[in-house]
Design a protein around this ligand. Structure first.
Ligand code: AHR
Length: 387
Protein backbone atom coordinates (compact mmCIF):
# COMPACT_ATOMS: atom_id res chain seq x y z
CA UNK A 1 0.00 0.00 0.00
CA UNK A 2 2.94 2.33 0.65
CA UNK A 3 4.00 1.64 -2.95
CA UNK A 4 0.57 2.70 -4.24
CA UNK A 5 0.76 6.05 -2.34
CA UNK A 6 4.20 6.77 -3.72
CA UNK A 7 3.01 6.05 -7.24
CA UNK A 8 0.06 8.38 -6.87
CA UNK A 9 2.22 11.25 -5.59
CA UNK A 10 4.66 10.83 -8.50
CA UNK A 11 1.80 10.83 -11.03
CA UNK A 12 0.38 14.04 -9.53
CA UNK A 13 3.79 15.76 -9.69
CA UNK A 14 4.24 14.67 -13.30
CA UNK A 15 0.81 16.03 -14.33
CA UNK A 16 1.58 19.38 -12.70
CA UNK A 17 4.98 19.73 -14.34
CA UNK A 18 3.54 18.65 -17.71
CA UNK A 19 0.82 21.29 -17.55
CA UNK A 20 3.29 23.98 -16.55
CA UNK A 21 5.68 22.92 -19.32
CA UNK A 22 2.95 23.26 -22.00
CA UNK A 23 2.29 26.91 -21.01
CA UNK A 24 -1.18 26.18 -19.60
CA UNK A 25 -3.19 28.84 -17.81
CA UNK A 26 -3.04 29.32 -14.03
CA UNK A 27 -6.62 27.94 -13.76
CA UNK A 28 -5.68 24.79 -15.57
CA UNK A 29 -2.73 24.38 -13.27
CA UNK A 30 -4.92 24.94 -10.20
CA UNK A 31 -7.50 22.39 -11.42
CA UNK A 32 -4.82 19.85 -12.07
CA UNK A 33 -3.32 20.53 -8.66
CA UNK A 34 -6.75 20.06 -6.99
CA UNK A 35 -7.28 16.76 -8.85
CA UNK A 36 -3.87 15.61 -7.81
CA UNK A 37 -4.58 16.54 -4.17
CA UNK A 38 -7.87 14.61 -4.25
CA UNK A 39 -6.06 11.61 -5.66
CA UNK A 40 -3.50 11.88 -2.91
CA UNK A 41 -6.28 12.09 -0.28
CA UNK A 42 -7.99 8.97 -1.69
CA UNK A 43 -4.74 7.14 -1.67
CA UNK A 44 -4.11 8.18 1.91
CA UNK A 45 -7.60 6.97 2.93
CA UNK A 46 -6.94 3.64 1.20
CA UNK A 47 -3.71 3.40 3.09
CA UNK A 48 -5.44 4.09 6.40
CA UNK A 49 -8.12 1.44 5.66
CA UNK A 50 -5.47 -1.03 4.76
CA UNK A 51 -3.60 -0.27 7.95
CA UNK A 52 -6.81 -0.77 9.97
CA UNK A 53 -7.43 -4.08 8.19
CA UNK A 54 -3.91 -5.16 8.93
CA UNK A 55 -4.30 -4.19 12.60
CA UNK A 56 -7.54 -6.20 12.87
CA UNK A 57 -5.81 -9.19 11.31
CA UNK A 58 -2.97 -8.86 13.79
CA UNK A 59 -5.45 -8.71 16.71
CA UNK A 60 -7.19 -11.83 15.38
CA UNK A 61 -3.87 -13.64 15.08
CA UNK A 62 -2.92 -12.64 18.63
CA UNK A 63 -6.30 -13.83 19.97
CA UNK A 64 -6.01 -17.15 18.14
CA UNK A 65 -2.52 -17.60 19.53
CA UNK A 66 -3.79 -16.83 23.05
CA UNK A 67 -6.60 -19.42 22.61
CA UNK A 68 -4.10 -21.98 21.41
CA UNK A 69 -1.87 -21.26 24.41
CA UNK A 70 -4.87 -21.59 26.77
CA UNK A 71 -5.98 -24.85 25.13
CA UNK A 72 -2.46 -26.19 25.25
CA UNK A 73 -2.27 -25.27 28.94
CA UNK A 74 -5.61 -27.08 29.56
CA UNK A 75 -4.40 -30.13 27.66
CA UNK A 76 -1.12 -30.01 29.50
CA UNK A 77 -2.99 -30.08 32.85
CA UNK A 78 -4.64 -33.28 31.59
CA UNK A 79 -7.88 -32.29 33.31
CA UNK A 80 -11.26 -33.30 31.91
CA UNK A 81 -13.80 -30.48 31.96
CA UNK A 82 -17.30 -31.40 33.13
CA UNK A 83 -20.41 -29.23 33.39
CA UNK A 84 -23.08 -30.42 35.84
CA UNK A 85 -26.58 -28.89 35.74
CA UNK A 86 -27.94 -29.94 39.15
CA UNK A 87 -31.68 -29.74 39.99
CA UNK A 88 -31.28 -27.51 43.05
CA UNK A 89 -30.90 -27.86 46.80
CA UNK A 90 -34.43 -28.86 47.81
CA UNK A 91 -33.67 -31.90 49.96
CA UNK A 92 -31.17 -33.86 52.03
CA UNK A 93 -30.97 -36.27 49.11
CA UNK A 94 -29.95 -33.42 46.78
CA UNK A 95 -27.25 -32.27 49.20
CA UNK A 96 -25.82 -35.80 49.25
CA UNK A 97 -25.96 -36.01 45.43
CA UNK A 98 -24.17 -32.66 45.00
CA UNK A 99 -21.47 -33.58 47.48
CA UNK A 100 -20.92 -36.92 45.77
CA UNK A 101 -20.49 -35.21 42.36
CA UNK A 102 -18.18 -32.53 43.75
CA UNK A 103 -16.07 -35.17 45.50
CA UNK A 104 -15.76 -37.34 42.41
CA UNK A 105 -15.25 -34.58 39.82
CA UNK A 106 -12.62 -32.73 41.85
CA UNK A 107 -9.39 -31.13 40.63
CA UNK A 108 -7.52 -33.70 42.70
CA UNK A 109 -9.19 -36.42 40.62
CA UNK A 110 -8.26 -34.66 37.35
CA UNK A 111 -11.46 -32.73 36.58
CA UNK A 112 -12.44 -29.11 36.06
CA UNK A 113 -16.07 -29.08 37.29
CA UNK A 114 -18.49 -26.29 36.35
CA UNK A 115 -21.36 -26.80 38.80
CA UNK A 116 -24.69 -24.99 38.44
CA UNK A 117 -27.44 -25.25 41.09
CA UNK A 118 -30.54 -24.62 38.94
CA UNK A 119 -32.81 -23.94 41.93
CA UNK A 120 -35.60 -26.11 40.50
CA UNK A 121 -35.98 -23.70 37.54
CA UNK A 122 -36.37 -25.55 34.22
CA UNK A 123 -35.40 -22.55 32.06
CA UNK A 124 -32.30 -21.89 34.17
CA UNK A 125 -31.30 -25.54 33.74
CA UNK A 126 -31.43 -25.28 29.92
CA UNK A 127 -29.39 -22.05 30.11
CA UNK A 128 -26.82 -23.80 32.27
CA UNK A 129 -26.46 -26.51 29.63
CA UNK A 130 -26.03 -23.83 26.93
CA UNK A 131 -23.35 -22.11 29.00
CA UNK A 132 -21.48 -25.45 29.15
CA UNK A 133 -21.68 -25.65 25.34
CA UNK A 134 -20.20 -22.12 25.13
CA UNK A 135 -17.42 -23.15 27.51
CA UNK A 136 -16.81 -26.15 25.23
CA UNK A 137 -16.58 -28.54 28.17
CA UNK A 138 -15.62 -32.16 27.50
CA UNK A 139 -18.77 -33.67 29.10
CA UNK A 140 -22.16 -32.42 30.30
CA UNK A 141 -24.05 -34.06 33.19
CA UNK A 142 -27.74 -33.24 33.60
CA UNK A 143 -30.11 -34.17 36.42
CA UNK A 144 -33.32 -33.13 34.64
CA UNK A 145 -35.79 -31.25 36.84
CA UNK A 146 -38.64 -32.52 34.70
CA UNK A 147 -38.68 -35.32 32.16
CA UNK A 148 -39.77 -33.41 29.05
CA UNK A 149 -38.68 -30.44 26.91
CA UNK A 150 -35.12 -31.63 26.33
CA UNK A 151 -34.72 -32.44 22.65
CA UNK A 152 -33.73 -28.96 21.39
CA UNK A 153 -30.94 -28.34 23.88
CA UNK A 154 -29.69 -31.92 23.63
CA UNK A 155 -29.51 -31.48 19.85
CA UNK A 156 -27.36 -28.39 20.49
CA UNK A 157 -25.04 -30.52 22.67
CA UNK A 158 -24.90 -33.15 19.94
CA UNK A 159 -24.11 -30.52 17.27
CA UNK A 160 -21.31 -29.22 19.48
CA UNK A 161 -19.96 -32.76 19.80
CA UNK A 162 -20.28 -32.80 23.62
CA UNK A 163 -21.43 -36.11 25.14
CA UNK A 164 -24.27 -35.79 27.68
CA UNK A 165 -24.73 -38.11 30.65
CA UNK A 166 -28.07 -38.04 32.48
CA UNK A 167 -28.00 -38.70 36.22
CA UNK A 168 -30.84 -39.57 38.64
CA UNK A 169 -34.07 -38.41 36.94
CA UNK A 170 -34.81 -39.49 33.38
CA UNK A 171 -35.48 -37.65 30.12
CA UNK A 172 -38.53 -38.97 28.30
CA UNK A 173 -38.61 -36.97 25.05
CA UNK A 174 -35.10 -37.28 23.67
CA UNK A 175 -32.48 -39.99 23.26
CA UNK A 176 -29.59 -37.64 22.50
CA UNK A 177 -27.48 -38.63 25.48
CA UNK A 178 -24.89 -41.31 26.01
CA UNK A 179 -26.02 -42.92 29.28
CA UNK A 180 -28.45 -42.57 32.14
CA UNK A 181 -27.36 -43.51 35.66
CA UNK A 182 -29.95 -43.59 38.45
CA UNK A 183 -32.58 -45.39 40.51
CA UNK A 184 -35.72 -47.17 39.34
CA UNK A 185 -38.49 -44.88 40.62
CA UNK A 186 -41.30 -47.13 39.38
CA UNK A 187 -39.89 -50.05 41.37
CA UNK A 188 -39.55 -47.80 44.45
CA UNK A 189 -43.26 -46.98 44.19
CA UNK A 190 -44.25 -50.59 43.67
CA UNK A 191 -42.05 -51.69 46.60
CA UNK A 192 -43.80 -49.19 48.88
CA UNK A 193 -47.19 -50.50 47.73
CA UNK A 194 -46.28 -54.18 48.08
CA UNK A 195 -44.74 -53.55 51.52
CA UNK A 196 -47.94 -51.76 52.62
CA UNK A 197 -50.08 -54.67 51.45
CA UNK A 198 -47.99 -57.18 53.46
CA UNK A 199 -47.67 -54.92 56.51
CA UNK A 200 -51.39 -54.04 56.59
CA UNK A 201 -52.23 -57.77 56.46
CA UNK A 202 -49.84 -58.44 59.34
CA UNK A 203 -51.43 -55.62 61.36
CA UNK A 204 -54.97 -56.70 60.52
CA UNK A 205 -55.71 -53.43 58.71
CA UNK A 206 -58.34 -54.25 56.10
CA UNK A 207 -59.16 -50.81 54.71
CA UNK A 208 -56.59 -48.40 53.27
CA UNK A 209 -57.46 -44.74 52.67
CA UNK A 210 -54.32 -42.98 51.57
CA UNK A 211 -53.01 -39.51 50.76
CA UNK A 212 -49.97 -38.80 48.58
CA UNK A 213 -47.67 -35.80 48.96
CA UNK A 214 -46.01 -35.90 45.57
CA UNK A 215 -42.64 -34.69 44.40
CA UNK A 216 -42.07 -32.03 41.73
CA UNK A 217 -44.81 -32.47 39.15
CA UNK A 218 -43.49 -33.89 35.90
CA UNK A 219 -40.20 -35.10 37.38
CA UNK A 220 -39.55 -38.76 36.65
CA UNK A 221 -39.10 -39.35 40.41
CA UNK A 222 -42.66 -38.12 41.02
CA UNK A 223 -44.12 -39.94 38.02
CA UNK A 224 -42.43 -43.28 38.79
CA UNK A 225 -43.21 -43.33 42.52
CA UNK A 226 -46.82 -42.23 42.02
CA UNK A 227 -47.45 -44.70 39.18
CA UNK A 228 -45.76 -47.59 41.00
CA UNK A 229 -47.70 -47.09 44.23
CA UNK A 230 -51.00 -46.51 42.40
CA UNK A 231 -50.57 -49.73 40.44
CA UNK A 232 -50.61 -51.72 43.67
CA UNK A 233 -53.33 -49.54 45.23
CA UNK A 234 -55.59 -50.10 42.24
CA UNK A 235 -55.00 -53.84 42.28
CA UNK A 236 -55.79 -54.00 46.02
CA UNK A 237 -58.82 -51.70 45.84
CA UNK A 238 -57.43 -49.03 48.19
CA UNK A 239 -58.92 -45.52 48.19
CA UNK A 240 -56.83 -42.52 47.16
CA UNK A 241 -58.33 -39.52 48.95
CA UNK A 242 -56.01 -36.93 47.40
CA UNK A 243 -52.59 -36.31 45.84
CA UNK A 244 -50.89 -32.89 45.89
CA UNK A 245 -47.33 -31.81 45.20
CA UNK A 246 -45.02 -30.74 48.01
CA UNK A 247 -42.22 -30.10 45.47
CA UNK A 248 -39.82 -32.41 47.35
CA UNK A 249 -39.39 -29.80 50.13
CA UNK A 250 -40.08 -29.84 53.86
CA UNK A 251 -42.08 -26.60 53.64
CA UNK A 252 -44.12 -28.04 50.76
CA UNK A 253 -44.78 -31.26 52.67
CA UNK A 254 -45.96 -29.33 55.73
CA UNK A 255 -48.23 -27.04 53.72
CA UNK A 256 -49.90 -29.90 51.85
CA UNK A 257 -50.32 -31.98 55.02
CA UNK A 258 -51.86 -29.02 56.87
CA UNK A 259 -54.46 -28.79 54.17
CA UNK A 260 -54.98 -32.59 54.12
CA UNK A 261 -55.45 -32.62 57.92
CA UNK A 262 -58.25 -30.07 57.54
CA UNK A 263 -59.92 -31.65 54.52
CA UNK A 264 -59.64 -35.32 55.49
CA UNK A 265 -59.63 -35.22 59.28
CA UNK A 266 -60.21 -38.74 60.66
CA UNK A 267 -60.57 -40.24 57.17
CA UNK A 268 -57.00 -41.32 56.27
CA UNK A 269 -54.81 -44.06 57.71
CA UNK A 270 -51.84 -43.94 55.29
CA UNK A 271 -49.72 -40.97 54.14
CA UNK A 272 -47.19 -41.48 51.35
CA UNK A 273 -44.53 -38.76 51.10
CA UNK A 274 -42.44 -38.92 47.94
CA UNK A 275 -39.26 -37.92 49.81
CA UNK A 276 -37.94 -37.65 53.35
CA UNK A 277 -38.07 -33.86 53.52
CA UNK A 278 -41.76 -33.85 52.65
CA UNK A 279 -42.23 -36.47 55.39
CA UNK A 280 -40.51 -34.18 57.93
CA UNK A 281 -42.92 -31.38 56.99
CA UNK A 282 -45.91 -33.74 57.10
CA UNK A 283 -44.87 -34.91 60.58
CA UNK A 284 -44.85 -31.31 61.83
CA UNK A 285 -48.31 -30.73 60.34
CA UNK A 286 -49.69 -33.94 61.88
CA UNK A 287 -48.11 -33.08 65.26
CA UNK A 288 -49.84 -29.71 65.13
CA UNK A 289 -53.16 -31.32 64.15
CA UNK A 290 -52.93 -34.01 66.86
CA UNK A 291 -52.65 -36.87 64.35
CA UNK A 292 -50.38 -39.73 65.48
CA UNK A 293 -48.22 -41.60 63.00
CA UNK A 294 -45.57 -44.33 62.84
CA UNK A 295 -45.67 -47.92 64.13
CA UNK A 296 -48.64 -48.58 66.43
CA UNK A 297 -50.26 -45.19 65.74
CA UNK A 298 -53.17 -43.87 63.66
CA UNK A 299 -51.30 -43.29 60.42
CA UNK A 300 -48.81 -45.46 58.53
CA UNK A 301 -46.21 -43.01 57.20
CA UNK A 302 -44.29 -44.08 54.11
CA UNK A 303 -41.31 -42.14 52.76
CA UNK A 304 -38.67 -42.34 50.02
CA UNK A 305 -34.92 -41.50 49.99
CA UNK A 306 -33.74 -43.05 53.29
CA UNK A 307 -31.15 -40.35 53.90
CA UNK A 308 -29.55 -40.19 57.35
CA UNK A 309 -32.22 -37.88 58.75
CA UNK A 310 -34.96 -40.08 57.28
CA UNK A 311 -33.54 -43.21 58.90
CA UNK A 312 -33.29 -41.34 62.20
CA UNK A 313 -37.03 -40.71 61.95
CA UNK A 314 -37.59 -44.42 61.26
CA UNK A 315 -35.51 -45.30 64.31
CA UNK A 316 -37.47 -42.80 66.42
CA UNK A 317 -40.76 -44.44 65.36
CA UNK A 318 -42.02 -41.62 63.11
CA UNK A 319 -41.63 -42.93 59.57
CA UNK A 320 -43.00 -46.49 59.32
CA UNK A 321 -40.95 -47.57 56.28
CA UNK A 322 -38.45 -45.71 54.09
CA UNK A 323 -37.69 -46.68 50.47
CA UNK A 324 -34.23 -45.67 49.38
CA UNK A 325 -33.20 -43.66 46.37
CA UNK A 326 -29.42 -43.84 46.35
CA UNK A 327 -27.88 -40.39 45.68
CA UNK A 328 -24.33 -41.68 45.21
CA UNK A 329 -24.42 -42.13 41.43
CA UNK A 330 -21.39 -39.93 40.64
CA UNK A 331 -18.76 -42.72 40.83
CA UNK A 332 -20.79 -44.64 38.23
CA UNK A 333 -21.00 -41.53 36.03
CA UNK A 334 -17.23 -41.23 36.29
CA UNK A 335 -17.03 -44.84 35.05
CA UNK A 336 -19.07 -43.80 32.00
CA UNK A 337 -16.66 -40.93 31.31
CA UNK A 338 -13.64 -43.20 31.68
CA UNK A 339 -15.18 -45.67 29.23
CA UNK A 340 -15.71 -42.84 26.72
CA UNK A 341 -12.18 -41.51 27.28
CA UNK A 342 -10.75 -44.91 26.42
CA UNK A 343 -12.84 -45.08 23.24
CA UNK A 344 -15.38 -47.59 24.59
CA UNK A 345 -19.18 -47.57 24.52
CA UNK A 346 -20.81 -47.29 27.94
CA UNK A 347 -24.11 -48.97 28.79
CA UNK A 348 -27.14 -46.87 27.85
CA UNK A 349 -28.82 -47.40 31.26
CA UNK A 350 -27.09 -48.11 34.54
CA UNK A 351 -29.21 -48.75 37.63
CA UNK A 352 -28.00 -47.67 41.05
CA UNK A 353 -29.29 -50.27 43.56
CA UNK A 354 -31.62 -49.21 46.38
CA UNK A 355 -32.55 -50.76 49.76
CA UNK A 356 -35.75 -50.69 51.77
CA UNK A 357 -35.62 -49.80 55.50
CA UNK A 358 -37.80 -50.24 58.60
CA UNK A 359 -37.59 -51.21 62.24
CA UNK A 360 -37.58 -54.93 63.03
CA UNK A 361 -41.32 -55.23 63.66
CA UNK A 362 -42.18 -53.47 60.44
CA UNK A 363 -40.05 -55.77 58.30
CA UNK A 364 -42.29 -58.08 56.28
CA UNK A 365 -41.83 -60.37 53.28
CA UNK A 366 -42.99 -59.07 49.94
CA UNK A 367 -42.20 -59.26 46.25
CA UNK A 368 -42.08 -56.74 43.41
CA UNK A 369 -43.00 -58.10 39.98
CA UNK A 370 -42.39 -61.60 41.30
CA UNK A 371 -38.95 -60.77 42.75
CA UNK A 372 -38.62 -61.36 46.49
CA UNK A 373 -37.43 -58.26 48.33
CA UNK A 374 -35.39 -57.98 51.50
CA UNK A 375 -35.45 -55.10 53.97
CA UNK A 376 -32.75 -53.66 56.19
CA UNK A 377 -33.44 -53.15 59.89
CA UNK A 378 -32.62 -49.60 60.94
CA UNK A 379 -30.05 -49.55 63.72
CA UNK A 380 -27.60 -46.90 64.89
CA UNK A 381 -24.85 -48.54 62.84
CA UNK A 382 -26.98 -48.49 59.70
CA UNK A 383 -27.77 -44.82 60.26
CA UNK A 384 -24.10 -43.99 60.85
CA UNK A 385 -23.16 -45.65 57.56
CA UNK A 386 -25.81 -43.78 55.54
CA UNK A 387 -25.18 -40.61 53.53
O1 AHR B 1 -34.74 -37.14 41.96
C1 AHR B 1 -34.54 -37.65 43.22
C2 AHR B 1 -35.44 -36.97 44.17
O2 AHR B 1 -35.19 -35.59 44.11
C3 AHR B 1 -35.25 -37.33 45.62
O3 AHR B 1 -36.12 -38.32 46.04
C4 AHR B 1 -35.65 -36.08 46.29
O4 AHR B 1 -35.27 -35.98 47.61
C5 AHR B 1 -35.02 -35.08 45.40
O5 AHR B 1 -35.47 -33.83 45.54
Amino acid sequence: MKKKLLGTLLSAAMVMSLLAGCGSTATQVQDAAADAAATVEDAAADTADAAADTAAEVVEDVEAAADAVEEAAGDASGNISVGFAQVGHESDWRTASTKSCQDVFSAANGYDLSFVDCDNDEAAQKEAVRSFIEQDVDYIIIDPIIATGWDTVLTECEDAGIPVIVIDRTIDDSDKYVSWVGSDFLTEGKAAGEWLKAYAEKQGVSEINYLIIQGTTGSSAQIGRTDGFREIAKREGWTELDAQTGDFTEAGGQEVMESFCKSYSGKFNVVVCENDNEAFGAMTAMDNAGVTYGPGNDVILISYDACTAGLEKVKAGGITADFECNPLAAPTVEGVIKTLESGGTPEAEILVPDNWYALKDQIVDFSVDGNAQSMIEVTDDVIAAQY
